[in-house]
Design a protein around this ligand. Structure first.
Ligand SMILES: Cc1cc2nc3c(=O)[nH]c(=O)nc-3n(C[C@H](O)[C@H](O)[C@H](O)COP(=O)(O)O)c2cc1C
Length: 342
């Protein structure tokens, strides 16, 4: 029997041996300056050795000082971090697994220590809902000049990812990270060109895509992790998700990685394997209908068995399947599951 999950995927830039993806997962084990630690290297070595995965996406990494969520988040904000990042890229290459690294700005969710860190920034002044029950710190609204600075910081971070030797870069626009905060009408109340309709709310993401594309060149793989729904009719809707995916591809993205927005990596209404298929399938169809046949769509969420990944591929819910917590619990998950199938 031939399995779709074991079939290779050739994109214009990447040759993936199969359809299984290590999605970005931050264990919070980087050094306190955001540099790669021995524990970071170990996390990836254990999951990637044996070359059973098609693609590994390295955890979210902050693009600018003070844009991290916590003390041990991986960083990509300075050239001084390049030696560690290069070690990680070389490791993944030696283990024969194509890799992307996810670049992020946590915006309203950034770490805040009174008297040490500047106030977190956001599209609009707010206490982010995740913070209401913790420290209650209010983010301040970004000025237009500051928005452009952050766009440039994403591009500079992407160039570091490329210089370090990763095979591509992924922009984190899910899970209420800053680009996703701009995308969500629940958080973005701006009345200037960076807010309002989907063209305004997606502008920040699209400017990042364009500037990363310009900085890294036409051939460098650039994926977007898209929080394609808030699961709230006042928030990001599926139609917003479809429109944003199309706009991102037109701006230069060459892969779309589907996840949630304000609900994080969870679907509040569905816990079944591939619980974001209700987003990824219509987004994939819309991309194909627009002639974007080479754009892989990644679906992650709730997959515990390789047969579940196979079924999602047969259902055309996505081109690649991410497996997070199962690989977090058991670093040998892919090796064992593939052996079981064979
Ligand atoms: C420990 C942990 C850390 C995570 N870190 C990230 C991250 O850095 N970036 C991201 O986009 N998603 C992150 N996620 C979400 C996962 O990529 C994935 O979407 C989620 O776990 C759902 O998939 P699963 O059901 O296969 O675990 C993380 C998840 C876990 C469990």
């Amino acid at each position: 029997m031939s399995y779709l999950v074991l079939s290779p995927l050739k994109t214009p830039q990447l040759n993936l041996r199969n359809r299984l993806v290590l999605p970005p997962m931050s264990d919070g084990v980087a050094n306190s300056d955001g540099s790669v630690s021995p524990a970071t290297l170990e996390f990836y070595r254990e999951r990637v050795r044996g070359a059973a995965l098609g693609l590994a996406i390295v955890e979210y990494s902050y693009v600018a000082p003070y844009s991290q969520r916590g003390d041990h988040m991986l960083g990509v904000y300075s050239d001084e971090l390049l030696p560690g990042l290069t070690k990680l890229a070389v490791l993944l290459r030696e283990l024969n697994t194509p890799s992307l690294l996810q670049i992020a700005h946590t915006g309203a969710l950034s770490r805040y220590r009174p008297g040490v860190d500047p106030l977190p920034v956001a599209p609009s002044a707010m206490v982010h809902p995740f913070r209401e029950k913790t420290d209650g710190v209010a983010a301040r609204e970004l000025s237009e000049a500051e928005i452009w600075t952050i766009v440039e910081q994403f591009a500079a971070a992407a160039v570091r990812v490329q210089t370090a030797g990763f095979d591509g870069v992924e922009i984190h626009c899910a899970h209420s990270m800053l680009p996703n905060q701009f995308l969500s009408p629940l958080l973005n109340k701006r009345t200037d060109k960076w807010g309002g309709d989907i063209v305004g709310r997606s502008r920040f993401l699209l400017e990042i895509v364009r500037s990363v594309r310009a900085a890294c060149g036409a051939e460098y793989p650039l994926y977007v992790r898209l929080g394609a729904s808030d699961f709230d009719e006042r928030g990001i809707t599926l139609q917003d998700g479809i429109d944003t995916a199309l706009l991102a591809v037109e701006a230069g993205a060459d892969g779309i990685d589907i996840s949630g927005s304000l609900t994080g990596a969870q679907n509040p209404n569905n816990k079944a394997p591939g619980y974001f298929a209700e987003l990824s399938a219509p987004i994939r169809r819309a991309l194909r209908a627009a002639g974007h046949n080479d754009i892989p769509v990644i679906l992650t969420g709730g997959v515990n068995k390789i047969e579940e990944a196979e079924q999602l591929l047969r259902d055309e819910a996505a081109d690649l399947i991410g497996v997070g917590r199962a690989l977090h619990r058991d670093p040998g998950w892919a090796r064992k599951e593939i052996a079981r199938l064979n």
